[in-house]
Design a protein around this ligand. Structure first.
Ligand SMILES: *Cc1c(COP(=O)(O)O)cnc(C)c1O
Length: 250
């Protein structure tokens, strides 16, 4: 299926207008808020269209799916961010293929990413994922454990700690939504107070990016509002390519 070019470009414009509007009414510079296009389930051509419309930062959740797109779009200077849960047997290819990882939530994964990061690349830019919804099923470190994780991450030579990331539980109760974003902000403030040189609060998605920016987000991760509804199941060609990619090297 061909992506709808006009709608991707106009989706991007609309999201940027939202970012600008919130920045304006909260007295922040729109440039201080980075837009990451969360592109999971979208085919490479959709990302190419977004790139043509000016988007250079893309976030992916699933390694195999991401590798297909990274290869297909190798001709474009895209900055790739890994934003999904990390299994320890995937760290090498994540460390080799991404500029940023947002979803560090335990020391073991941080250790492996640092060890696996090639010397030929700059340090991997990382955020610590904070669990602010308190659900056991959600990944992320508890807010009271973030200082300990940060103290460990800054000792790792091939990682550069940039800040915090969270995926608050989506709720129509705006007060609850806001209080979760505030907890992320507080986790970030803790790191600042401990003198870590962090500058990134990665939070806010299509539904809630406005509140997230009001509460201090410096990077919003937006999928649906740019690309339209997710294409579940993943388009067949992409799944086939991913399977091919997963074959062991001979
Ligand atoms: C899918 C996803 C997003 C974007 O969600 P939308 O609601 O489509 O904007 C952001 N962050 C993460 C971690 C995601 O998995």
């Amino acid at each position: 299926m061909e992506p709808n070019t006009t709608s991707i470009a106009s989706g991007l414009e609309k999201v940027k207008a939202r970012i600008e509007a919130v920045a304006k009414r909260t007295g922040r510079q729109p440039e201080a808020i980075t837009l990451l296009a969360a592109s999971k389930t979208n085919p490479p051509e959709a990302l190419r269209e977004a790139f043509a419309a000016g988007q250079t930062i893309f976030g992916e959740n699933y390694l195999q799916e991401a590798l297909v797109k990274i290869e297909a779009l190798a001709d474009l200077p895209i900055e790739w961010h890994f934003i999904g849960p990390i299994q320890s047997n995937k760290t090498r290819r994540i460390a080799e293929n991404f500029a940023w990882v947002h979803s560090i939530d335990r020391k073991k994964i941080a250790d492996r990413l640092s060890k696996d990061r090639p010397d030929s690349l700059p340090p991997l830019q990382v955020c610590l994922q904070v669990n602010v919804s308190g659900e056991d099923s959600k990944s992320g470190v508890a807010p009271e454990e973030i200082a300990d994780l940060a103290a460990h991450v800054v000792t790792l030579p091939r990682l550069k700690l940039r800040g915090v990331m969270a995926i608050p539980e989506l709720t129509k109760a705006t007060a609850l939504q806001r209080s979760q974003f505030r907890m992320v902000r507080e986790a970030y403030d803790q790191l600042r107070q401990a003198d870590y040189e962090v500058d990134t609060i990665s939070m806010g998605m299509s539904e809630d990016l406005d509140v997230a920016i009001e509460e201090g987000a410096t990077m919003v991760r937006v999928g649906t509002a740019i690309f339209g509804p997710r294409r579940y199941p993943i388009p067949e060609e992409l799944a086939a390519l991913a399977a091919k990619n997963a074959e062991p090297a001979r």
